[in-house]
Design a binder for this molecule. Structure first.
Ligand SMILES: O=P(O)(O)OC[C@H]1O[C@](O)(CO)[C@@H](O)[C@@H]1O
Length: 248
């Protein structure tokens, strides 16, 4: 059942969705220039980042004092690999705004000691309460790389990627063999610590998991369903992703 505090916005198309979402972010950044933003990767947030870059170039909205914290990174590929999430964030956002790179936090998947990296990232997340956490959602309900059966109180850790997740990310690699099998991810417990969570989903392929996440029981089998218990969740959907919802 829909969480009491979930707000759902449904848009005719993704252009209208990202116009409204980017306006929200720009207003928040202007009213709190030291905002702490949890950021996501994947295909969904790309139009948001493009609109934030366009606004920065046109209107000079400053990110000088903004800090960012990304959800996840692949294990075993270098930060400068074309498909690393560091490369994704730099090329989609960070290289085009005036954010200080030292204020952008992404877990590293290529260190000599993954457990030291986990400790470092957990410490960063303990020292910084995220104001607004942006989420996409995998077709199996994963948030970040918290796959089905992840503990709801989990913290940063190394996870093995499900077959469904690897195949859905194959589009970014030359072949399935090149898709990493493991990732380092912010845990669900850390995600739920954010003051506000914004989840974005577009396209028919997300309709079924959006219905499960919002209208069905909270279950570890659908990690995103735990968001029903958070006190400030806003869900932005295009009409395709919302097409199976009974509550509109
Ligand atoms: O937005 P997309 O490309 O559908 O990806 C959905 C989810 O899958 C991931 O890319 C990880 O596989 C997440 O980062 C993202 O939220």
């Amino acid at each position: 059942m829909k969480g009491n505090n979930m707000k759902i916005y449904i848009f005719d198309n993704s252009e209208a969705l990202f116009e409204r979402l980017s306006s929200f972010y720009i207003k928040e950044i202007k009213s709190n220039p030291s905002l702490k933003l949890g950021l996501a990767t994947g295909g969904t947030p790309v139009p948001l980042y493009a609109k934030l870059v366009a606004d920065h170039k046109l209107n000079g909205t400053s990110y000088q004092n903004v800090k960012t914290f990304n959800l996840d990174e692949y294990i075993g590929i270098n930060e400068n690999h074309e498909q690393s999430y560091r490369t994704f964030m730099n090329s989609n956002l960070f290289n085009h705004i005036d954010i200080k790179m030292s204020n952008t936090n992404i877990p590293r998947g290529n260190t000599k000691d993954n457990y030291e990296e986990i400790r470092i990232y957990n410490k960063i997340l303990e020292e910084n309460v995220i104001d607004i956490q942006l989420l996409g959602i995998g077709t199996n309900g994963h948030i970040g790389f918290n796959e089905p059966d992840s503990q709801f109180d989990s913290k940063t850790r190394i996870v093995s990627l499900s077959k469904e997740t690897r195949y859905s990310n194959e589009r970014f690699f030359k072949s399935i063999d090149e898709v990493p099998t493991h990732a380092i991810t912010m845990g669900i417990g850390s995600i739920m610590n954010a003051k506000k969570i914004i989840l974005v989903a577009t396209g028919n392929n997300k309709a079924s998991i959006i219905k499960k996440m919002i209208e069905e029981n909270i279950t570890k089998n659908v990690p995103a369903s735990i968001l029903q218990t958070h006190d400030d969740v806003v869900i932005y959907l295009d009409k395709e992703a919302a097409s199976l919802l009974s509550v509109k």
